[in-house]
Design a protein around this ligand. Sequence first.
Ligand code: HPA
Ligand code: ZN
Length: 324
Amino acid sequence: MEHFLSSMPKAELHMHLEGSLEPELMFELAQRNGIELPWDTVDQVRAAYNFGNLQDFLDLYYQGAGVLQTEQDFYDLTWAYLKQCETQNVIHTEPFFDPQTHTARGIDIGTVISGIDRALLHGREQLGISSRLILSFLRHLSEEDAFRTLEQALPYRDKFVAVGLDSSEAGNPPAKFQRVFEKARHEGFLTVAHAGEEGPPEYVWQALDLLKVSRIDHGVRASEDPALIERLAREQIPLTVCPLSNVRLRVFRSLDQHNILQLLEQGLKVTVNSDDPAYFGGYMGENFIEMSRQLPLTRDQAVQLSHNAFEAAFVSDDEKAAML
Ligand code: HPA
Ligand code: ZN
């Protein structure tokens, strides 16, 4: 089974590039850029990854991202992730990046996007990994800040296909960003949003009705609302579920308590993703393999989960047909 899962072609639709920063690269970039880190060793960094909730994680994640300064840093970050994809048979990926994490430190958005885009291009040419980039707004910041970020990104509009919404969910409902998402759609971008990770089912309804999202990121708390489950199934709205992330951030007590297979059996278009692989104990392969160890995952279900991701990808029908 584990060999089957490793060799199965996979697509990833929910992965934050800043969350793929492994401690080894964090130290290398800190040294290259003359930045002091509060840890002395890679083991100390990993020991700090013991999160009580989403906010605990986010505090460390934004601190770690501080080592990213130059175009080459963003290239190296993205390239390291793509090399992991290569070893795990991830043949298509749609990563997020958080521009505000960098522009707030005085880094030009063009530096961020150019480094990422150059690596994605090399990934296509040298590794055969297709990709689409998603710009994600930080929901703990204001809608005005998100508008400013979208304006700054428009000169690079051909480098990303969608906008998303991440960071601290509780208290920052999708409704707060209704107007900036409307503007993004008007500019031709697709939309996605994190909803129903720590936030209530109501936030999933808002993401659908107010932000007009094409996919829900996480969405696992939809199981608390039968009418919402019914709608997600009927409209076949993809959910980008992140099993290892949900356990590390204590959305579920353990992987054997996770509801991913129930959601799948209820007819939802569920996919498997790594979210922040450097922080949560693994990439796509580890997510599938841990699921197979701790949940009664069948081969058919694994194939269905993988197939769902290709179907939910932001690529043309022709490109999908070539990947499937
Ligand atoms: N949730 C919210 N914000 C995030 C996450 C997440 O899982 N990962 C990176 N930013
Ligand atoms: Zn996420």
